[in-house]
Design a protein around this ligand. Structure first.
Ligand SMILES: Cc1cc2nc3c(=O)[nH]c(=O)nc-3n(C[C@H](O)[C@H](O)[C@H](O)COP(=O)(O)OP(=O)(O)OC[C@H]3O[C@@H](n4cnc5c(N)ncnc54)[C@H](O)[C@@H]3O)c2cc1C
Length: 243
């Protein structure tokens, strides 16, 4: 979507991406209060700034304003992937808490990329090396991997598709902001990993996998996957490196 002149200026000065939605809800105030209480249990704290409820998350800012029978939401982030995550947190909770009233959510501003999540890349296993009896170094390769170069946020989420799928299927952003997933039998499982090395020239990403005795999907992938195996990689994620 082409940004308006106002948005373009805003982005130049603050380097922010912004998305807003005004959601019609019969009990907007009640829903906002219940949602804020619930998010506080998940370490997302809203601060009351003269009636505007603002939460700062590691990946951006979300604010809520209650109007008569409507909830106005604004999300801000410096990256499209982060903006999508914020939209998804808000939209999925609004829809959950609204129950039967099933609100329609239409976002304006910096909208979604389309069919794929902005923080997601499909990657392929290039090589695997046994470092120790319980450690395998897997080298992945893929296009457009520069977003994973980040000294603060070293983690990524890997998506392992079920075996036997002719074509892996990945989560995608719905127009209402939620992240939707393939059917259970086609749905990838996800685990967090830490980037050990990334080289943009050779397009390689190394991750060291611990091989657990009772292997789950991640550990099993590290042991069994052959060169060419396809995974998803999303991120970068993390809360910075502590001193
Ligand atoms: C931020 C973050 C970064 C991570 N980075 C890495 C990384 O770089 N490399 C890596 O190998 N893992 C990493 N992990 C752990 C990883 O996400 C998985 O939990 C791990 O690979 C096990 O996944 P699985 O599917 O094999 O096992 P699961 O299905 O999750 O568990 C199956 C069995 O594996 C064993 N197991 C799982 N996790 C552990 C553990 N931590 N210690 C001992 N036994 C365990 C247990 O026996 C468990 O019953 C990270 C986790 C986080 C949260």
């Amino acid at each position: 979507m082409q940004a308006s002149i106002g948005q373009a200026r805003w982005r130049m000065t603050l380097d922010l991406l912004i998305s807003e939605a005004r959601i019609a809800l019969p009990d907007a105030a009640g829903l906002a209060a219940r949602m804020i209480d619930h998010l506080a249990e998940h370490d997302i704290a809203f601060e009351d700034r003269d009636g505007l409820m603002v939460a700062k998350l590691p990946f951006g800012t979300s604010s809520l304003a209650v109007e008569a029978e409507a909830l106005k939401i604004r999300v801000e982030a410096n990256d499209k992937g982060n903006l999508e995550m914020l939209r998804s947190v808000v939209a999925s909770h609004v829809i959950e808490f609204a129950g039967d009233s099933a609100p329609t959510i239409v976002w304006s501003g910096h909208e979604s990329n389309g069919g794929t999540l902005a923080n997601f890349r499909e990657v392929r296993l290039k090589a695997a090396l046994t470092l120790t009896p319980h450690m395998r170094r897997l080298t992945f390769t893929g296009d457009d991997i520069a977003r994973f170069v980040n000294d603060d946020d070293l983690h990524v989420r890997l998506y392992f598709p079920p075996e036997g799928l002719a074509k892996p299927e990945w989560p995608w952003p719905a127009p209402d902001g939620r992240i939707l997933w393939p059917e259970p039998d086609r749905r990838p499982v996800t685990r967090y990993y830490t980037i050990r090395r990334i080289d943009l020239q050779s397009r390689e990403i190394d991750i060291d996998f611990v091989v657990h005795d009772h292997a789950g999907p991640g550990s099993a992938f590290a042991v069994n996957a052959k060169a060419g195996a396809i995974c998803g990689m999303a991120g970068p994620l993390g809360r910075g490196i502590r001193p």
